[in-house]
Every structure is written in structure tokens, then in C-alpha cells.
Design a protein around this ligand. Structure first.
Ligand SMILES: NC(=O)C1=CN([C@@H]2O[C@H](COP(=O)(O)OP(=O)(O)OC[C@H]3O[C@@H](n4cnc5c(N)ncnc54)[C@H](OP(=O)(O)O)[C@@H]3O)[C@@H](O)[C@H]2O)C=CC1
Ligand SMILES: O=C(O)C1=N[C@H](C(=O)O)C[C@H](O)C1
Length: 259
């Protein structure tokens, strides 16, 4: 049976890539899109002529879709995913910027409603592998900093991927001497701090999505880097999520956990 897909943020850069992906996949169909300022012209956004365009959650009827793809904004994503879960639509979420508390709350809702879903801070294989390698390296190199670089329109900082990388590194780092007290003569010049791991966020036109993890040890250094040069690079992961989401019985965080 064809799976009905709603794409939240369907007019955006990632939403349009997701629409293109679903249009090409057998067994899935985009039946609806959600975006607050979209024109009521499905074909303009590469949707079929009978696809529904919604501008707010209130307009979405029951049984509107089986799967909810979300590439929206940090402000909208929590309410969107809560709506999907409580309407028994399986969420596949790429939107970043939720707090740990919001994610934990959504996992509880998914357990209560007995519905599976996926939140993936990054659907790209290079980023998933970077996080895995960085977690492994952290066992041997406890001193580490992260630099993430993104396009100038990105709304949240640090990136979801950088935060996720820091969390995975923190799980594996041995206890070690922290850096001495420092004086910043320019405020925040040492970056953000996640459990002693400095994160630096760069925003520049021309970039898409890139991350470097720098480990330093006595007399040596290890640098792990990934680059997403095109948003199409995220679609392999979205495809896996679409194919596997109905096998999940709660909301899972991280593409690596379903590969
Ligand atoms: N996990 C991953 O692999 C990746 C995640 N991302 C994340 O995906 C998200 C979207 O990125 P991107 O496509 O570049 O952003 P865009 O700004 O291009 O698109 C955002 C979309 O969200 C829509 N939107 C805004 N407010 C709402 C709302 N209240 N409800 C529903 N839709 C809304 C916009 O619609 P309108 O134009 O009508 O306002 C637009 O369609 C970001 O959080 C980004 O970090 C990005 C790349 C990869
Ligand atoms: O906003 C983006 O573009 C991206 N957002 C995600 C993040 O915050 O990590 C994934 C990827 O880096 C692209």
C-alpha cells in the first residue's frame, strides 16, 4: 500500500529536496505540505495537483498522512512533531534546534502513543561517520574542539550535528585535566562550551554544511572533517528513514541507530 507523506517545510531548501525524493520513490506519495506562507499552487512546489497545502497545524485533518517529514525551523519543530505523534503520523525529523527537554518530552509522547519515528540531526553519511569516528577517537584524545561551518541563512547555532558530536564525544572521554583559567579579551572568542568541549560556529555565504573535529595530544593532532557540498547528500538518509520508520516503536534519535 502506498505510504502517504506530509512534508512540513515543503517550500524550503530541504523540503523541496524531500519532495523530489518522495516523488521518485515507489510506494510513497506526497499528499500534503505544511508551510505558513506557501501559495495554494501545488505544482509550483513539484507536488501533484491534488496534494493539499496547509498553512498551519489547525488546518490538518485526521488521517492526513502516514509519515511526517519535518524540515522547518527550530521554533516550529516541537509543536509539529507533537502534532504528528498525537495524530499517529510517524515523524521523520531533520529540523535542528530542539532542546534536550523537548526531545525527551517527545520521546515520552511517542511511547505513550505507541508510535515510532526518527529525529536525525544529520541525514548525511559523511556526518554520521564523522560522529562515530570522533566518539572512538575521544577515548584516546580527550582534548578536542569542534568547528562547524554553515550557509549564512542557518537559524540555529551550534548546528545540531556539532551538538550531537559533542554529546557522543562526552560519552567516551576519559576524565582529564581541564584547561587553565583563560582571559578572553574579546567576548566569547573561545566559542561555546558543551561539557568542556569548545564549539565554534561559522556562518558564511557559499558554504552548505561542514564540520571539523580537532583532537590534540602531546606532539600530535588528529583532524576529522566532513563536507556536505549539496543538500542532495542528505537524501540517502531520509530514504532509509522513510523505509524503516514503521518498524520503530518509539521516537529514536540519530540515523546511526537505524542503519
Ligand atoms: N538533519 C539534516 O540532515 C538536515 C537538517 N537541516 C535542518 O532542516 C531545517 C530546515 O532547513 P532549510 O530547508 O535549509 O530551511 P529553509 O529556511 O529553506 O526552509 C524552512 C521551511 O520551514 C517552513 N516553516 C517556517 N515556519 C514554519 C512553521 N511554523 N510550520 C511549518 N513550516 C514552517 C518555511 O516555510 P515558509 O517559506 O512558508 O515560511 C520553509 O518551507 C533546519 O533546521 C536545518 O538545520 C538542514 C539540512 C540537513
Ligand atoms: O541547517 C543546515 O543546513 C543543516 N543543519 C543540520 C545541523 O544543524 O546539523 C544538518 C546539516 O549540518 C545541515
Amino acid at each position: 500500500m502506498t505510504k502517504k507523506v506530509l512534508v512540513a517545510g515543503f517550500t524550503g531548501a530541504m523540503g523541496q529536496k524531500a519532495v523530489g525524493l518522495v516523488n521518485k520513490l515507489n510506494g510513497f506519495e506526497v499528499v500534503a505540505g505544511l508551510s505558513p506562507i506557501a501559495e495554494n499552487d501545488p505544482e509550483k512546489y513539484h507536488l501533484s495537483a491534488d496534494a493539499k497545502i496547509f498553512k498551519s497545524l489547525d488546518e490538518i485533518p485526521d488521517h492526513a498522512a502516514d509519515i511526517w517529514i519535518d524540515f522547518t525551523t527550530p521554533k516550529a519543530v516541537y509543536d509539529n512533531v507533537k502534532f504528528a505523534l498525537t495524530h499517529h503520523i510517524s515523524p521523520v525529523v531533520g529540523t535542528t534546534g530542539m532542546t534536550d527537554e523537548q526531545e525527551a518530552e517527545l520521546i515520552k509522547i511517542s511511547q505513550r502513543e505507541k508510535i515510532g519515528g526518527l529525529i536525525a540531526p544529520n541525514f548525511g553519511m559523511s556526518a554520521v561517520l564523522l560522529m562515530k569516528f570522533a566518539k572512538e577517537a575521544a577515548k584516546y584524545f580527550p582534548d578536542v574542539e569542534i568547528i562547524e561551518m554553515h550557509h549564512a541563512d542557518k537559524k540555529d547555532a551550534p548546528s545540531g550535528t556539532a551538538l550531537s558530536t559533542a554529546k557522543m564525544i562526552a560519552e567516551n572521554r576519559p576524565a582529564h585535566q581541564t584547561a587553565p583559567d583563560e582571559i578572553e579579551t574579546l567576548k566569547n572568542v573561545r566559542g561555546g562550551d558543551y561539557q568542556g568541549i569548545k564549539i565554534h560556529s561559522v556562518r558564511l555565504p557559499g558554504y552548505i554544511a561542514h564540520e571539523q573535529v580537532l583532537f590534540g595530544g602531546p606532539g600530535e593532532a588528529l583532524t576529522i572533517r566532513q563536507d556536505s557540498f549539496d543538500r542532495g547528500s542528505f537524501m540517502g538518509g531520509v530514504k532509509v528513514a522513510l523505509e524503516k520508520v514503521d518498524q520503530l516503536n518509539e521516537l529514536v534519535v540519530g540515523l546511526e541507530n537505524i542503519l
